[in-house]
Design a protein around this ligand. Structure first.
Ligand code: 3PG
Length: 395
């Protein structure tokens, strides 16, 4: 993969595909981790005298202009972090984009409006995507792929534009790939993976693949209830994906067959309703009352998971252990994060939610070997899939 050092950017318009998909509360950015992660590449280009045109998506506006998903607040935050103005184009490839880019001087930065306002960005039709990609590529002379969180998407800005312009991978993509490669080759053992988050269906591919690689798989969060149910336990009103039960039973059998230790919660915080102040009790994970739902792993599980992480040499963690956005149900996620910090291991946190949880819970980011900006992207990388955005950069 070519890197920034392989491009002569001085005085040239460089289109940077970043992942600036940050959580917003109205116009307030609640976690700016992805913006901060994008700064080094943009800064390098600025210092080398490029005219930097940043493009990115926010949320899923599905090809429609929707002010709720405007990147305007991101432009402001990016400017603060860079310590210089970031010009904002109010469209993606229209008049505003063209005039904003034309006005750029060497070392200046512009951000285009949300790529996903344009139906061409995500179209499955190669011709439609190609047409939009040509317009986007027309704004610049060079392309830098730095949006690691989006490299698993076969989208115009990720997959097609690098085919139209001389290109290189940005520093973030290079760093992410280097770390994730370490999790797939010559992994130091014991190799322990902790998976959480709401949906088991999002993780089917990665679980199947991990069962061939890891020594231990710890499952928490919303997806654990489908595993508990597959073992024949009652899970009350907890999150459950009935349609995944057969597949999950298959995973339980496969883990046994391969000698992979698959560890599930032994107790949970069972609440009467899904609310920050919901009345709740600690109950056995195998006997969740019919009217209750599990919103976090319980104290015995926190100890168990910490013990299973204590001797690990390599750890990958994706997905919160409970509803960490509610203080009362954030303890399990915090305990797992702390166990990673305490482990004498190579520790990687993958996924927007887990990374946001680390920051929200006030844990030191430098307590981990690496916090990936990619959620789906890091999982698909570990699954061993070819990621369209990386393939395009390697071409
Ligand atoms: C992410 O949030 O994981 C990336 O920004 C990709 O977003 P997407 O899942 O909406 O494609």
């Amino acid at each position: 993969m070519r890197t920034l050092d392989d491009l002569d950017v001085k005085g040239r318009r460089v289109l940077v595909r970043a992942d600036l998909n940050v959580p917003l509360d109205g116009e307030t950015i609640t976690d700016d981790g992805r913006i901060r992660a994008s700064v080094p590449t943009i800064k390098t280009l600025v210092e080398r005298g490029a005219k930097v045109v940043v493009c990115a998506h926010l949320g899923r506006p599905k090809g429609q202009v929707n002010p709720k998903y405007s990147l305007k607040p991101v432009a402001t935050r990016l400017g603060e972090l860079l310590g210089q103005d970031v010009a904002f184009a109010t469209d993606v490839v229209g008049d505003s984009a063209v005039s904003t880019v034309e006005a750029l001087q060497d070392g200046q930065v512009a951000l285009l409006e949300n790529l996903r306002y344009e139906p061409g960005e995500e179209s499955k039709d190669d011709a439609v995507r190609g047409e939009f990609a040509a317009k986007l590529a027309g704004l610049a002379e060079l392309y830098v792929g730095d949006g690691f969180g989006a490299v698993h998407r076969k989208h115009a800005s990720v997959y097609d534009v690098p085919r139209l312009l001389p290109h290189a991978a940005g520093g973030l993509v290079v760093a992410e790939v280097e770390v994730l490669r370490k999790l797939t080759e010559d992994t130091e053992r014991p190799y322990v993976v902790v998976l959480g988050g709401a949906k088991v269906s999002d993780k089917l591919g990665v679980i199947a693949n991990l069962l061939t690689k890891v020594d231990r798989l710890l499952i928490g969060g919303g997806m654990a209830y489908t595993f508990l149910k597959a073992q024949g336990h009652e899970v009350g009103k907890s999150l459950l994906q009935e349609d995944q039960l057969d597949q999950v039973r298959g995973f339980l059998d496969e883990a046994k067959r391969r000698g992979v230790e698959l560890v599930l919660p032994v107790d949970v915080l069972a609440a009467v309703t899904y609310a920050p102040d919901a009345e709740h009790d600690v109950v056995e994970a195998t006997a969740i009352p019919a009217e209750r739902e599990g919103l976090d792993i319980g104290p015995k599980t926190r100890e168990l998971f910490a013990a299973k992480l204590a001797d690990a040499k390599t750890v990958f963690w994706n997905g919160p252990m409970g509803v960490f956005e509610f203080d009362a149900f954030s303890g399990g996620t915090k305990a797992v994060a702390q166990a990673l910090i305490d482990a004498d291991a190579f520790t990687v946190v993958g996924g927007g939610d887990s990374a946001a949880a680390v920051r929200k819970l006030g844990l030191p980011e430098d307590g981990f070997s690496h916090i990936s900006t990619g959620g789906g992207a890091s999982l698909e990388y570990l699954e061993g899939k070819t990621l369209p955005g990386l393939a395009a950069l390697e071409d």
